[in-house]
Ligand binder design. Structure first.
Ligand code: 2P0
Length: 334
C-alpha cells in the first residue's frame, strides 16, 4: 500500500520593526494593540520543510538538525492545527527547520520561523492562499511573522475585528524600491531574560506609561510611512529612534520593570548620536534584547560600521539590506 506524502519547503526572512508591535489585545489570536511597520532583511532567514504523512502518529520537529524541544513542538502542533482545520486534512507532520538567524542577538527567529512554517504547511496541503491570507495565518504563530510574508517595507494593520480577519500585513515599498542599510550590532550573547511575549503582556497589564505609547504610536507610524514613501532617510531615522525609546520607556514602568538595555547598548546609542553630530546620518532601534540595530545609508555603511566596531562592548556587526518575502523552494530538507 502506498503512503500519503504531502510535502513543501518555504524560505522566509526575518524583519526588524521600525515602528514596534508591543502589546496584544487578544493573546490567543495574536491581535495587537497597535499597528506596526518593519523592513524585511536579506541576510537572516529560516528554511522549513513540512511533510504531512499517514505514517506518523504524532507531529515531529527537527530544529537545526537536532530533535526540537517539547515546548516548541507543542506550539508548532497547535499552529498546524489551524492549517489542518482550514484544509480539512488531518494528517500528522514532520517539520524540519533550519534557522539562519542569530537568535541570541535579539532577532526573533519566530518571525521568519512562523512565516516559513505557514507557507510550507499551507502549500503542502494544497491551500492556494493569497499573501493576505498567509499573513493572517502566520500572525497566529507569532505576531511579527505576519510581516515577514512580504519583502521590503511592510505595515501590519492592527485591525478591529474580533476574529482577526482584518489584522494582517501589506507591503508599502518592495525590497528594490529603496536601499537602506541595517547594521545588527551585537553587544552581548546569551538568551534574553524576559521573552517578548511575556514582556509585552506585563507591560500592558502593569505599566502606567503604556497609555502614552498607545496615544502616540499612530502618529509615529504615519510619519514613518510618509518618510518611506518619500525615501526621506533623516525623517525616517528620527521617528524610528524616538519610537523605539518610547517602547522601552513603557517597559521601564512595568511591575517588575523590564530592562533590556545594557551598558553596551548605551555605548552604541551614544556613538550613533555622536556619528550624527559628525555628519554621518545613523539612527538606532532596539528590540527586546541588549543588541542594537543601526540604520544608515549604503554610502556611509563602511565608515559607520568601523566606528561601531571600535567600541569595547561591540562583538560583531552584521550588515543587511531590505530583503524578499516568502518564497517556495523545490528542494526539501528531507
Ligand atoms: C516587533 N517585537 O514589532 C516587536 C518589537 C519585539 C520588539 O514582535 O508573542 O515574537 O510571538 O506575537 O512577534 C517580538 O515578538 O511576539 C516582536 P509574539 P513576537 O518586532
Amino acid at each position: 500500500m502506498s503512503h500519503i506524502r504531502l510535502i513543501a519547503t518555504a524560505k522566509a526572512n526575518t524583519n526588524i520593526a521600525l515602528i514596534k508591535y508591543w502589546g496584544k489585545r487578544d493573546e490567543k489570536l495574536i491581535l495587537p494593540m497597535n499597528s506596526s511597520l518593519s523592513v524585511t532583511l536579506d541576510n537572516f532567514y529560516t528554511i522549513t520543510t513540512v511533510e504531512f504523512t499517514d505514517t506518523l502518529t504524532e507531529d515531529k520537529l527537527i530544529w537545526d538538525q537536532a530533535p526540537g524541544n517539547y515546548e516548541e513542538l507543542i506550539k508548532i502542533s497547535s499552529f498546524l492545527d489551524i492549517i489542518r482545520k482550514k484544509s480539512g486534512i488531518n494528517l500528522h507532520a514532520k517539520v524540519i527547520t533550519e534557522n539562519h538567524v542569530p537568535t541570541a542577538a535579539g532577532f526573533a527567529s519566530s518571525a521568519s520561523g512562523y512565516a516559513a512554517l505557514a507557507a510550507a504547511a499551507t502549500k503542502a496541503l494544497g491551500l492556494n492562499l493569497s499573501h493576505k491570507e498567509l499573513s493572517i495565518i502566520a500572525r497566529q504563530g507569532s505576531g511579527s511573522a505576519c510581516r515577514s510574508v512580504y519583502g521590503g517595507f511592510v505595515e501590519w494593520q492592527k485591525g478591529s475585528m474580533e476574529d482577526g480577519s482584518d489584522s494582517y500585513a501589506y507591503q508599502i515599498l518592495n525590497e528594490n524600491a529603496w536601499n537602506i542599510t541595517i547594521l545588527s550590532v551585537m553587544v552581548a550573547s546569551g538568551q534574553k531574560k524576559v521573552s517578548s511575549r511575556d514582556g509585552m503582556k506585563r507591560t500592558v497589564e502593569t505599566s502606567p506609561f503604556y497609555k502614552g505609547w498607545l496615544s502616540t504610536v499612530n502618529e509615529d507610524l504615519e510619519e514613518a510611512k510618509k518618510a518611506i514613501r518619500n525615501r526621506d532617510f533623516v525623517s525616517l531615522g528620527e521617528v524610528v529612534e524616538r519610537t523605539a525609546l518610547k517602547m522601552h520607556a513603557t517597559m521601564l514602568g512595568a511591575i517588575p520593570p523590564i530592562i533590556y538595555l545594557e551598558s553596551g547598548t548605551l555605548e552604541v546609542m551614544n556613538r550613533v548620536q555622536e556619528l550624527r553630530q559628525n555628519g554621518f546620518p545613523a539612527y538606532f532601534t532596539i528590540d527586546a534584547g541588549p543588541n542594537v540595530k543601526v540604520l544608515c545609508q549604503p554610502e556611509n555603511e563602511s565608515r559607520i560600521k568601523q566606528a561601531l566596531m571600535e567600541l569595547g562592548s561591540v562583538q560583531k556587526v552584521i550588515s543587511c539590506n531590505p530583503g524578499e518575502g516568502v518564497r517556495y523552494l523545490s528542494e526539501h530538507l528531507v
